[in-house]
Structures are given as structure tokens and as C-alpha cells.
Design a protein around this ligand. Structure first.
Ligand code: ZN
Length: 293
């Protein structure tokens, strides 16, 4: 099976179209189609084509989960939690989504699980808000999912965090049946039980095990294979607003027979910048795209 894993599109229609074309080209060239497409949230916010991005994700993605910007743009988060430019672009985006597009963003879950993967926008511990940047920050998160892999976005940095599977001493206790039921509830009733319930549950687990060590890799682009005996949290980077200094759109192909391929795709940045200015969004949002920051 082959999966395309996209995150943080941020209303950048040009970047999304380029990535979807790359996926189609790969399917053709390798004679093996990509079976599923997953989107890890932040479909909108910052960029000039939010409606177009929602429509394409809805049409192409087999799974989509919520990001903090998606929530802000559909009124599920207070804009006071956002920085000035992010709040301004969220307001603009709210006005440029039709009811259908809003409903779609409201309907997707915070976290989900499929085969050996858990999907969360920020982290398995705090899916909407937590940024996984350092190995210290990522390490305790391995106790918050029970699959081999967790894929996340949010930082816009292609990253791999690795932990030896046998060293995680707390996951079974933390990810107990109650927690699992609550996740299922949260998935079934978007807007219903929130992750804070899960957080309370996690906090109630008696401390017993140490947090195992964790390594971080910054893969750039190319193929990566999970070493035997490890679990991994993997970030595909951002389609629409990369922040690792490489302005090309970033995404991931997972081939269950081969491994993880981090891909970079050039797209028409000047055209996107033009659209941002034309929409009256902050010129800084246009300028940063060229530098990949
Ligand atoms: Zn984002």
C-alpha cells in the first residue's frame, strides 16, 4: 500500500495543485498508484485560496484531521489565542469560506488511527496545539499513542523522532480502555468531547515509568526506513508554508514495502505572492514563502 501524507496546506492552492500533480506523476511513473491520501490539518489560514484547498482536500483525501488554523477559521477557537497576522488572516479566511467548506472543516476529527498509524496535527498528547520540535518535548509523547507510527504536522519542519519500542515504559497504562473509548467518541462526534477529557485521563495515570530517550532526525528529502525495534513520530513538513529554509512544498509518501520518502515539489511562488497581495493579506505572508521560513 502507498500513502501520500500532506500537512499544513494553509490555503496555498498553487502548492497543493503542484503536490497533487506530483502524486499523480509518481503513480504513473512507478506504475503503482498511491492508494490513499491523508491530510494532517491546517488546510486553511495564511493563504489566498482557502475554499479551493478545502474543496480539493475534500475531493482527494481519504482522511483529514483538524489543525489549529482550521478551528480558528470556523469559529472553534478564539482568535485571541492567535498572533496578530495569524488572527487577521483567520478573519479573512472566515469570510472567504462558504457554508459547505466550513461544515467540512468542522466535521473532521481531532485525532484518528488507521493501521499502524496515529494521526494528529500537533502531537498525540495535545493534537491541536503542541509543537513537537525538540527530542525532549517529543519523548513523553510516545506514551500517548499505541501504534508504531504517529504522523504530525504543525511545526512545518520535516522531522523524525525515534524511540526504541521496548523503552517506552508507560504507554499501556496511559493509553487505557477509557482513553481509547474517549478517542472513539471524539472521532464520532466532532465538536463533542474534546481532547481536554483525554488530558485529564492521562494526568490521572500514576507516575510509574521513566520517559525513554528519543532521537531527532531532520530528513530534508529522500528515503528513510524505520530501524527494527523502534517507533517513530514523523512530520512530513508543510505543503503551503515550509519553514525549514527550503521554499518548495514538502510532503511524504509512505510505501509499506519500501519506507518513507520525503519529497519536495517546486511551485509558482510569485503567483501565490501576487494572490496574497491582491487579497489584501499581509505582504509578510507573501515574502516569507520565497525564503521558506
Ligand atoms: Zn500550520
Amino acid at each position: 500500500m502507498r500513502y501520500a501524507i500532506l500537512s499544513d496546506i494553509h490555503g496555498n492552492g498553487e502548492a497543493l495543485r503542484a503536490v497533487l500533480a506530483d502524486i499523480d506523476r509518481l503513480s504513473y511513473e512507478r506504475g503503482a498508484r498511491v492508494d490513499q491520501l491523508w491530510c494532517l490539518g491546517d488546510v486553511v489560514g495564511y493563504g489566498p485560496e482557502p475554499g479551493e484547498c478545502v474543496r480539493r482536500v475534500r475531493a482527494r483525501a481519504d482522511i483529514c484531521i483538524s489543525g489549529n488554523h482550521d478551528w480558528a477559521c470556523v469559529g472553534k477557537l478564539d482568535l485571541a489565542d492567535f498572533s496578530g497576522p495569524a488572527a487577521k488572516s483567520a478573519e479573512w479566511t472566515r469570510e472567504h469560506l462558504n457554508p459547505d467548506e466550513r461544515r467540512y472543516l468542522q466535521s473532521v476529527p481531532e485525532v484518528t488511527r488507521v493501521g499502524p498509524f496515529t494521526l494528529a496535527h500537533g502531537s498525540p498528547s495535545n493534537p491541536i496545539w503542541e509543537y513537537l520540535i525538540t527530542p525532549q518535548g517529543a519523548a513523553p509523547n510516545f506514551a500517548c499513542f499505541d501504534t508504531v507510527f504517529c504522523v504530525v504536522g504543525h511545526t512545518h519542519l520535516p522531522t523524525i523522532f525515534l524511540q526504541p519500542a521496548h523503552e517506552v515504559s508507560v504507554p499501556a497504562a496511559r493509553w487505557d480502555d477509557t482513553m481509547r473509548r474517549q478517542v472513539q467518541l471524539a472521532m464520532a462526534l466532532p465538536g463533542g468531547p474534546s481532547w481536554s477529557m483525554l488530558e485529564q485521563n492521562r494526568a490521572s495515570v500514576p507516575p510509574g515509568g521513566k520517559v525513554a530517550r528519543c532521537e531527532r532526525l531532520m530528513p530534508g528529502s529522500g528515503l528513510w526506513v524505520l530501524p527494527d525495534g523502534y517507533r517513530a513520530i514523523i512530520n512530513p513538513g508543510s505543503v503551503g508554508q515550509p519553514r525549514d529554509g527550503d521554499p518548495r512544498a514538502s510532503y511524504l509518501i509512505y510505501d509499506s514495502n519500501v519506507g518513507f520518502e520525503f519529497r519536495r515539489v517546486p511551485y509558482d511562488i510569485p503567483l501565490t505572492q501576487h494572490r496574497i497581495r491582491e487579497a489584501g493579506l499581509s505582504p509578510k505572508l507573501a515574502e516569507r514563502l520565497a525564503r521558506g521560513v
